[in-house]
Write a protein that binds this ligand. Structure first.
Ligand SMILES: Cc1cc2nc3c(=O)[nH]c(=O)nc-3n(C[C@H](O)[C@H](O)[C@H](O)COP(=O)(O)OP(=O)(O)OC[C@H]3O[C@@H](n4cnc5c(N)ncnc54)[C@H](O)[C@@H]3O)c2cc1C
Length: 378
């Protein structure tokens, strides 16, 4: 047996991506995932998988918005290379609000504009009123007087993406250890030349600054509503989105609650999510609830993603917070480029790391040297 070039630890969203790309580049890769190949233990399993850099700019900073915009362009080509189909749509995001909440609109718009580059806003933000809104999204009829269409945004089916990536790993010869917490195979882990730690919130023992932000979602089957794109509802207490997937499946989310509580969805959250959806379209009253689910978004103190080289043989990729699907392609590209530079020896010291960082498109993503942190197996 050849020694693996990379052991990727954590096969949720980012780990699958990184392992698949490294294997596609011809490297020997092993993946360790404590959950199953479907991805049911990951935050990605619960996610709505909206790819909405402009809508997210209302709360995300320019680094995340830029990564999201570039990743959105990259997704279709990536999906083409995967061995299973993935529902991907680029039909925009619609933002609406009820009359009583109209004070939310200028706040949201101000924040969105402050964090967005001009080229994303140019043609990417369209004001709609009255009949324009019902023409753009006939399913909403005349329920909302004003809204914005962000026509360039997208979404995909998170579970299909996880499954297609798992199939892609097999096709590219990655040795995937599903249902295997990495702690169970320390010897195999230590055989690898380089370790890429993508454990999401599971990486907290090695990265104590990580924290969870709980999110709750409902999945409902609602034939006959016919929303054609994700709809975001501005609201002072529970801003909500409704993301229509294939076959009349809707993902309705999501709460944001500080803390690492992985317990089932609370009655309060279920009531808020479902009644807000009902207020967007009364047809949701007849929808069938397929699932109420929760998970925690892996989050760093500055709410930005980070790729950190520990100065020894571990790279950590984490902190994707509420933007994992939106930014994963470009975060994974950057992590793989650093991984390959470490493997080849092009990066081997603080100086060569600084050169690599200086030449990177998103240097803010890259950090080095937290040797003070405990090793992976701790
Ligand atoms: C409710 C909700 C809605 C969301 N909606 C969106 C959205 O619309 N758009 C968007 O872009 N993002 C969204 N996200 C965010 C997105 O899901 C995350 O950013 C993304 O999943 C983070 O990817 P990750 O690979 O870092 O972590 P994860 O997807 O959580 O994967 C980490 C993996 O590591 C594994 N692991 C942990 N510990 C170990 C161990 N010791 N050994 C082996 N394996 C281990 C876990 O089992 C898991 O599979 C949402 C998240 C939530 C919770």
């Amino acid at each position: 047996m050849h020694r693996p070039d990379f052991a990727v630890v954590g096969g949720g969203l980012v780990g699958r991506f990184v392992a698949w790309q490294l294997a596609s580049a011809g490297h020997r890769v092993e993946l360790f995932e404590r959950g199953d190949a479907a991805g049911t233990q990951s935050a990605a399993w619960v996610a709505a998988a909206m790819l909405a850099p402009l809508a997210e700019a209302a709360s995300a900073e320019p680094l995340v918005v830029g990564l999201g915009a570039a990743s959105l362009e990259r997704w279709p080509r990536l999906i083409e290379q995967l061995p299973e189909p993935v529902f991907f749509q680029r039909n925009g995001t619609l933002v609406v609000w009820h009359g009583a909440d109209r004070a939310e609109a200028p706040l949201f718009e101000r924040r969105l504009r402050a964090n967005s580059p001009a080229d994303l806003l140019d043609g990417g933000f369209v004001r709609l009123a009255g009949a324009q809104l019902s023409q753009a999204e006939p399913a909403l009829g005349t329920r909302f007087a004003h809204g914005w269409l962000l026509p360039n945004e997208g979404q995909l089916d998170s579970r299909q993406a996880l499954s297609a990536l798992a199939a892609g790993l097999a096709a590219r010869g990655v040795r995937a250890h599903w249902n295997t917490p990495v702690e169970h195979l320390p010897a195999l882990l230590h055989e690898a030349r380089w370790i890429v730690d993508c454990r999401g919130l599971g990486g907290k023992p090695a990265w104590p600054a990580l924290r969870g932000i709980r999110g709750e979602v409902a999945r409902v089957h609602a034939p006959g509503i016919g929303l054609s794109r994700p709809v975001r509802l501005l609201h002072p207490r529970y801003p909500l989105y409704i993301a229509p997937k294939e076959n009349d499946l809707y993902v309705i989310g999501a709460t944001e609650v500080e803390g690492e509580d992985m317990s089932p969805v609370s009655v309060r959250s279920a009531l808020e999510l479902l009644s807000a959806a009902f207020a967007v379209h009364p047809g949701f009253g007849e929808a069938r609830i397929l699932e109420l689910n929760s998970h925690c978004r892996p989050t760093l103190p500055d709410h930005r993603p980070a790729i950190v080289w520990d100065g020894a043989r571990t790279l950590r990729v984490n902190g994707l917070y509420r933007h994992g699907f939106m930014i994963a392609p470009k975060v994974a590209d950057t992590a793989c480029a650093l991984g390959e530079a470490l493997l080849s020896g092009d990066v081997a010291s603080a100086d060569t790391f600084a050169d690599f960082r200086g030449a990177a498109r998103w240097p803010e993503l890259l950090q080095a040297g937290f040797a003070c942190m405990p090793a992976l197996s701790h």
